[in-house]
Design a binder for this molecule. Structure first.
Ligand SMILES: [Zn+2]
Length: 227
């Protein structure tokens, strides 16, 4: 079977620091990712750099598709967390994925589950302000990528540093009407912060409008590229 490959460029074309046009540098990540629909796709994240600063920028879309160092999609990692929370056994989870044409061993299920527990334990109250400080020192501005992964029952909200592509926090909610979601977003989105850009999901009647309300009116919202 011919391998399907998708290349992703940064969502921005100009340097956030000096506004020069970015040029292609190198693939920052190149791996075959297993997706929840059973497909395996080679995802290349192409870094573009500024010709005058030393900074390079990556695709937020390619970055959020899988966790760093893992070849399963972020959605599969969230599904493992969800099924474990429902007390499904490893065997049940394995069988479920096998039925969807997703190859995953019970060892990998444990590995993904432990990784998710580590990530869910990230304290956004620490990681986000510390990332903000670095962004302001380097670029005099704050930029984020915020993804939403919706499973049947749970909603996972993931916050990434736009510049380093690091995952800063994941929180899990039952619905987007959960008042805790607003409390969580309010903890790092404030009108008096220099937030210039948020890359987020394309079509959504709830999350993006909620973030807009909390950000300065000048914050630009971009969508992740089409997958
Ligand atoms: Zn520059």
């Amino acid at each position: 079977m011919k391998e399907v490959c998708k290349n992703y460029k940064p969502e921005i074309s100009f340097c956030p620091k000096c506004n020069r046009k970015l040029v292609y540098r190198y693939p920052i990540s190149d791996k075959v990712v297993q997706f929840s629909n059973g497909k395996k796709i080679r995802i290349k994240n192409l870094a573009y750099g500024c010709p005058s600063c030393r900074w390079v920028f990556v695709s937020q879309t390619a970055n959020k598709l899988s966790l760093k160092g893992y070849t399963y999609s972020t959605k599969i990692a969230c599904m493992v967390d969800d099924y474990k929370k429902k007390h499904w056994s490893r065997e049940t989870i394995c069988d479920f994925f096998a039925g969807k044409n997703i190859e995953i061993s019970d060892r990998n299920i444990d590995m993904l589950y432990h990784k998710m527990q580590k990530l869910l334990a990230l304290d956004g109250a620490v990681t986000i302000p510390s990332a903000y400080q670095k962004m302001i020192d380097r670029f005099s501005t704050i930029r984020l990528a915020v993804d939403l992964i919706s499973l049947e029952e749970r909603r996972y909200v993931l916050v990434y540093d736009f510049f380093t592509a690091d995952l800063l926090a994941i929180r899990c909610f039952w619905t987007l009407d959960d008042p805790d979601l607003k409390v969580f977003l309010e903890s790092f989105l404030k009108k008096d912060l220099p937030i210039s850009m948020i890359v987020s999901i394309r079509k959504d009647a709830q999350l993006v409008p909620l973030m807009r309300q909390l950000c300065p009116p000048t914050t630009k919202f971009l969508s992740f590229n089409k997958f």
